[in-house]
Structures are given as structure tokens and as C-alpha cells.
Design a protein around this ligand. Structure first.
Ligand code: FNR
Length: 408
């Protein structure tokens, strides 16, 4: 039995990832920000939601397929943008994208990835979305967006919850900031993980050289170990809704605004031309005092769910978490760390394993609650009256019916 077959859940994949990756890389992937309150909150929020079974429903044709932003998806999920996959495994972004294509779900390539978007578009297959962090120099951002258009990406995911950066002190301690600091500590860390050194870093060094952020504009394409601060020019702290409207005019495909936690921002996103919003606290990696994203979901679904696609992320580790998000009105979810653990544990096969685990758990949950299709997942499944899952806000079951009628 392979080591992946012995991974029965996402937590098992996480354990393998932890053994294989240098501490600096693993903690960058795994941890949150500051005191990691938001990270814990995200998990607690799912655990608090309890479902009631519905029995003796004929589940013969149980189907997890959805129409997601104009295309089919075999599961109600897409892989989230994470700039680190290429250091978790050799060409990890390509491995993730191929795993997504294999599973029939969309893959999102992050601006900060180390595989170029052109290579992903040429080799991955499947549905591809591109995530954008805007540069201070606006024309550089538009050049990048033009590259995504030319490469054939179907959706643009604009991340908006990163204006002034984050506070992840362990990265500083581990020397895993951007740029990566070569220090006695980080060298020791890498030497303690010879498999990673040979099969990931060593493979880059003997082929394409030290990894670099291939999607950055030429003038910022330093190696990840170079001495200049590459992160600074990316942070667009003066970005406003006008930028979203302008991107809307420029980008021909679906436009997704990621990092929304309040109904009025969701409304502004839709009024600025977004086709979808991602309700997200960035996996607990940015504002540590943040509300759990699933707690913000019902009010956002009520505000824009009939006009736009609502996607949820942050903290999903089980198929039942996906079922809960959909029952609260999300159209789909994004998966961040779960597939990163998978790709770290075993490249493309590991990412496929993570998706297979989530699929199997989602199907089982749907079976327990007697839902044959994803659109059967509804607020009535929660214990008691789901009128008050969070915030005392009322979420009406009829919202989903109304959305179905509107062809969403
Ligand atoms: C991220 N995330 C992220 N988001 C984004 O818009 N651009 C990015 O470059 C990154 N990079 C990134 C790196 C790593 C290591 C992680 C874990 C996450 C956030 C990501 O898209 C998503 O919002 C969260 O990962 C969702 O939470 P879970 O599923 O990881 O709990």
C-alpha cells in the first residue's frame, strides 16, 4: 500500500507534508497570522454547525456536479490560489492544476506562483482561473491581465483583502519571508529534509535554476533568494472599487472578487461588475481578529446570492464542511491548504488523493442528509431552525429556490 493510500483524511496528508517539508515551508503553508485566532475560529465555526440526518431517501443517482461560473464542475469546489505550491513539490502548481483537471474542477493560479501561466495553460488542461494581486504600477497589472487573456484563462480572481500586508512572525523567525533569507537556521532546516532538497529544490537547480516568480513583470522577476524586497511593489494599498470596475471593462471573462466579509462590500463588488464574490478571511492568514468566513456567508448570500455566484473559503478540511457551506447558500467553495498538503505529500497523485477524500466525504454527508444533488443542500438540514446559524441573521430557504429560478 502506498503512503498516499494510507492517508485516510486531510489530516493524514498534513502529517506527511509536515514530515517532508522544511519547517519554514511547512509553517508558511500551514499557519495563520499573529496569534492564529482566526485560523482556529474558522474550524470552530464549521464544527458548531450540526446537521440532522434524513433517512430512506433513494440515493441511486447521487450527483455532486454543479454549473460553476458558466462551466461544469464535477464537485462544488475549485482549487484556491496559493503562491507556494511550487515549493511544496517540484512544479507543484502544474501538479495541482493537472489534479484539478483530472477531478473535473477549476484550478486557480496565484500571481506569486513560480510556474508561468503560459506553461500552466499549455500543459495542465482543464478549467483555469488566474488570481491577481495588483502592482502599485497599474500598467504592470494590466500587462499581467493581458497575459492571462492571451493564455486563455477563463476567470480573473482579484484578491482584495491584502492592502497593507500581513503579520506572520514565524516566517521571519524561519527566514521564510520574501525574499527567502539564507541563514544558518534555514540551511539546517533544509538539510534536515534531504528528500525535499533533492526532489524539489535540487531539481529546479539542475534544470531551470533557482525558482523565481515567473508571473511577475520582468523587472520584478528576482530569484526567491535575491536581496530585494519583491513583495512591496505588489501591495496596492490605494486600490478602490474603481479599479474593480476598470478591470471589469478590460477583462472579457468571469470576474471574481476574493476576500469579502460583509454584505455591503459584496453589493459593491457586484455593482462594480463582479460575477462572483469569494467570502474569505484568507484562511486565517491576514486579519487575525477576523470573523470566520462561514459566519459571514448567510448575510452575503441574502444580499447578492440572487445576482452573483457566492463562493466560500477558509478552513475547509472535510467534505461535510463543503456540505455545510452549500446548505448555507454558497454555490461553491475554494480549497486552499487541503490540496497543498496533498501536493506536498505526493505531487499530482497527492493532490488527487486530497480531492478524492473530499469528494468521498461530501458524497457520504449528502447521503446522510438525504440529498441527491448539491442543490438539495439547504438550511433546513441544520439542527433546530437554521434561521439563526450566525449573527442572529435570518437566512431564508426560499433564497436558493429564487436563485434557481434566476438560472444560477
Ligand atoms: C494562500 N492564499 C492566497 N490567496 C490569494 O488570493 N493569493 C495568494 O497568493 C494566496 N497565497 C496563499 C498561500 C498559502 C500557503 C495559503 C495557505 C493560502 C489564500 C487562499 O487562496 C485561500 O483563501 C485559503 O487558503 C483558504 O483557506 P484554507 O482552505 O487554506 O483553510
Amino acid at each position: 500500500m502506498s503512503h498516499l493510500e494510507q492517508c485516510y483524511n486531510i489530516a493524514d496528508l498534513r502529517e506527511v507534508a509536515q514530515r517532508r517539508l522544511p519547517k519554514g515551508v511547512f509553517e508558511y503553508l500551514d499557519r495563520g497570522s499573529e496569534d492564529e485566532v482566526a485560523l482556529a475560529h474558522n474550524r470552530r465555526a464549521y464544527d458548531r454547525l450540526k446537521l440532522r440526518t434524513r433517512v430512506l431517501v433513494d440515493l441511486g443517482n447521487l450527483n455532486t456536479e454543479v454549473d460553476l461560473l458558466g462551466g461544469p464542475s464535477a464537485l462544488p469546489l475549485a482549487i484556491a490560489p496559493t503562491g507556494i505550491a511550487g515549493l511544496c513539490s517540484y512544479e507543484g502548481e502544474l501538479a495541482l492544476a493537472k489534479a484539478a483537471a483530472q477531478a473535473g474542477v477549476p484550478f486557480t493560479l496565484a500571481t506569486g506562483s513560480i510556474t508561468s501561466m503560459e506553461k500552466i495553460a499549455a500543459e495542465a488542461g482543464g478549467r483555469l482561473w488566474f488570481q491577481l494581486y495588483m502592482w502599485k504600477e497599474e500598467e504592470l497589472s494590466y500587462q499581467l491581465v493581458q497575459r492571462a487573456i492571451d493564455a486563455g484563462f477563463e476567470a480573473l480572481v482579484v484578491t482584495v483583502d491584502f492592502a497593507l500586508g500581513n503579520n506572520r512572525e514565524y516566517n521571519q523567525r524561519n527566514g521564510f519571508s520574501i525574499p527567502f533569507r539564507i541563514s544558518p537556521r534555514s540551511v539546517m532546516d533544509m538539510c534536515r529534509h534531504p528528500r525535499w532538497l533533492v526532489t524539489v529544490l535540487g531539481r529546479y537547480l539542475t534544470t531551470t535554476g533557482m525558482p523565481r516568480n515567473e508571473n511577475y513583470p520582468a523587472k520584478y522577476q528576482h530569484r526567491i533568494t535575491s536581496g530585494t524586497d519583491q513583495a512591496t511593489p505588489m501591495r496596492h494599498s490605494s486600490m478602490t472599487w474603481k479599479d474593480i470596475a476598470r478591470l471589469r471593462d478590460f477583462w472579457p471573462g468571469k470576474l471574481i472578487v476574493k476576500g469579502i466579509l460583509r454584505a455591503e462590500d459584496a453589493l459593491l463588488a457586484v455593482e462594480s461588475g463582479a460575477d462572483a464574490v469569494v467570502v474569505s478571511n484568507h484562511g486565517g492568514r491576514n486579519l487575525d481578529s477576523s470573523i470566520a468566513s462561514i459566519d459571514a456567508l448567510p448575510e452575503i448570500v441574502s444580499a447578492v446570492g440572487h445576482r452573483a455566484t457566492v463562493i466560500l473559503d477558509s478552513g475547509i478540511r472535510r467534505g461535510s464542511d463543503i456540505a455545510k457551506a452549500l446548505a448555507l447558500g454558497a454555490d461553491s467553495v475554494l480549497i486552499g491548504r487541503a490540496t497543498l498538503y496533498g501536493v506536498s505529500a505526493g505531487g499530482q497523485a497527492g493532490a488527487e488523493r486530497a480531492l478524492a477524500i473530499l469528494r468521498s466525504e461530501l458524497r457520504k454527508t449528502m447521503g446522510y442528509v438525504g440529498c441527491k444533488t448539491v442543490s438539495d443542500l439547504c438550511p433546513e438540514l441544520f439542527e433546530g431552525s437554521i434561521a439563526t446559524p450566525v449573527n442572529g441573521g435570518v437566512f431564508m430557504a426560499t433564497d436558493r429556490d429564487e436563485r434557481a429560478e434566476n438560472g444560477k
